[in-house]
Design a protein around this ligand. Structure first.
Ligand code: 13P
Length: 283
């Protein structure tokens, strides 16, 4: 069943769990995520990248994901991820997304607030808004190995701004920068749990950890205790699917150009990853 993203996250946090969110560039991956969530009896979030949502095919994908969420036996939310463009937000919501990350994290502080407020007035009260304070290194769609040093220090969420930011944006969730990066980590991830803790005591709204690929499970399990109710994955899911496809492609080509069989492997790679992640984040 399709569910408000903030309700899904809040209810997971009440049980000491966080909800995984997975970037879905395609329907095969989304079906795998929902199947894993149904098998685990847990909710999940389907993320749509802004570059996807900016195309006519991407808007059709959002409509299909909404149908998938509606028909699921567990709570599923569909969110437009990292949107900076109000038109893309409006189009994605019209196509079926019920939540948006209005991402002004690369903007000056007041402009960041203005973007989230602009999203609210455009999209209305029923669309769940996530906002982001602090900057993450790395690319959301391509994994080249993001350096945490320097960027992490410059981009860390300033906990002193959190109360003001949350109250003035009216966001329902807050994405934070605590040493997390999009894409691959160069070296070991060095999450600043001290900063996260400082943020967590300054707001009651759920926090969101982006760039979870590459963060060890034993670290991720600590997140919910610091009010991190949503954890975003993309790179690790892609890495697994692409490795599987590379491995399986020759055999499936020689097996009569067997695309159907190849898609089955794509689905099971994504499903295994989603199942492992759900198990890690669930208490
Ligand atoms: P990773 O690609 O590092 O997992 O980040 C995903 C993400 O944060 C999507 O919003």
């Amino acid at each position: 069943m399709r569910t408000r993203l903030d309700h899904l996250v809040t209810s997971a946090l009440q049980h000491g769990s966080a909800v995984p969110a997975f970037t879905c560039y395609d329907f095969t991956t989304a079906m795998a995520v929902v199947a894993a969530a149904e098998e685990a009896g847990r909710g999940a979030i389907l993320l749509v990248a802004p570059k996807t949502a900016a195309t006519p095919n991407g808007l059709r994908l959002i409509g299909a994901l909404r149908g998938l969420a509606d028909a699921a036996s567990v709570p599923v939310a569909v969110q437009l991820d990292h949107a900076t463009d109000l038109q893309v937000m409006a189009d994605a919501v019209a196509a079926g997304a019920d939540s948006v990350l209005a991402d002004g994290s690369a903007l000056p502080y007041e402009d960041n607030i203005a973007l989230v407020r602009g999203a609210r007035s455009l999209l209305g009260p029923d669309v769940v808004l996530e906002a982001e304070l602090g900057g993450l290194a790395g690319d959301e769609d391509r994994a080249f190995g993001a350096d945490q040093s320097g960027v992490a220090v410059a981009g860390l969420t300033d906990s002193a701004l959190v109360e003001d930011f949350v109250s003035r944006t009216g966001a329902e969730l807050l994405a934070v920068a605590v040493g997390n990066v999009h894409g691959k980590y160069k070296g070991e991830p060095q999450l600043r749990w001290d900063v996260l803790q400082d943020i967590a005591v300054r707001t009651h709204i759920p926090l969101v950890l982006h760039g979870a690929s590459g963060i060890p499970a034993e670290e991720l399990v600590k997140a919910a205790a610091m009010n991190v109710g949503k954890v975003n994955f993309n790179t690790e899911l892609r890495t697994g699917v692409l490795a599987t496809l590379q491995d399986q492609l020759p055999g499936h080509r020689s097996d009569g150009e067997n695309l159907q069989g190849l898609l089955g492997h794509w689905n099971s790679s994504a499903r295994t990853f989603a199942a492992q992640t759900l198990a890690t984040l669930t208490r």
